[in-house]
Write a protein that binds this ligand. Structure first.
Ligand code: CP
Length: 313
């Protein structure tokens, strides 16, 4: 195993991914055990390591969970406050990172609005970079925490069950880095992936072998063990992708009728967040036992601990 960066899954073997998930579960067990000695011991894992969090695009879950993960492992954090940085004076992203690298950093965690920027940065910065989401391109740690959640909550830790699992990704596939990373990761494990999306929000280059495009909710409900809803990414859309968000909710969201059928069939529901209530799902879905959204949030901390441990140790 000799991986410097976590940007996508092309250079990660299944064994590497399983090792990260196994480590995340170990961290979860220790933190949930409330065993003060073991929790304190964790803090020596990344002692004396400095991690720079550089979020050029907004985030709640990813940023905070990386922060908590780094603190749990005893790493020192350097947080780039983009709004008060010299970016506004015209300094480039690359120059900003080169400056930070000179302050004795061991690794970067970067979120950026430009798709593919991480590949470019990797060529110019000789330090590990963890991709925390780049434009509409990749969000690898989200896919890892999603996989961990699926293995834990749906497969009850039986990896063989993944090969029989049917998962449908619903919504704004075009602008979703989460969808792209999940398709890449979950298909490595034999999960059957289907898509249900408005034609304007489905990129046809994703029409890859094995991925079926569902025609309507009936097909989705008949053919899914788990439904992964996506956020409608209005900030990445000009006019013209959709008539109205209420129309979207009616045809592609989990409206009340669809929610009732999901509950009847006990289908699992995931969403990377943040959620737009009344568009992708209704708030009532928060009271559904097979809603895994907060499990995804929680596993984000453990996966990011495991990823930092994997990269830096
Ligand atoms: N899922 C996700 O990336 O959420 P944030 O944008 O809040 O980090």
């Amino acid at each position: 195993m000799n991986i410097k960066n976590i940007n996508h899954f092309q250079n990660l073997e299944i064994e590497d991914i399983l090792q990260i998930i196994k480590k995340a579960k170990e961290f979860k067990e220790i933190l949930n055990s409330k065993d003060k000695i073991k929790i304190k011991e964790l803090k020596s894992t990344l002692e004396l390591k400095k991690i720079a969090l550089c979020f050029f695009e907004k985030s709640t879950r990813t940023k905070l969970s990386f922060e908590i993960a780094a603190k749990n492992l005893g790493a020192e954090l350097i947080n780039l406050e983009v709004n008060s940085s010299s970016i506004d004076k015209g300094e480039t992203t690359l120059d900003t990172l080169k400056v930070i690298a000179k302050y004795g950093i061991d690794a970067f965690v970067i979120r950026h609005g430009l798709s593919g920027i991480i590949e470019n940065l990797e060529k110019n910065i000789n330090l590990p970079i963890i991709n925390a989401g780049d434009g509409i391109h990749n969000h690898p740690t989200q896919a890892l925490l999603d996989l961990m959640t699926v293995i834990e909550k749906i497969c009850q830790d039986d990896l063989e069950k993944l090969k029989n699992l049917k998962l449908c990704i619903v919504g704004d596939i075009l602008h979703s880095r989460v969808a792209k990373s999940n398709i890449e990761l979950l298909s490595k494990f034999g999960v059957e992936i289907n898509i249900f999306a408005p034609p304007t929000l489905f990129p046809y280059y994703l029409k890859i072998e094995g991925i079926k495009l569902m025609k309507n909710w009936n097909e989705v409900l008949d053919y899914s063990d788990v439904i992964m809803m996506l956020r409608l990414q209005n900030e990445r859309m000009d006019n013209g992708f959709l008539p109205k968000s209420s129309e979207y909710h009616k045809y592609f969201g989990i409206n009340q009728i669809i929610e009732n059928r999901i509950r009847e069939k006990q289908i699992f529901v995931m969403h990377p967040g943040p959620v737009n209530y009344g568009i992708e799902i209704n708030e009532s879905l928060n009271h559904y036992k097979n809603n895994l959204i907060l499990d995804q949030v929680e596993n984000g901390v453990y996966i990011r601990m495991a990823v930092m441990d994997y990269i830096l140790n």
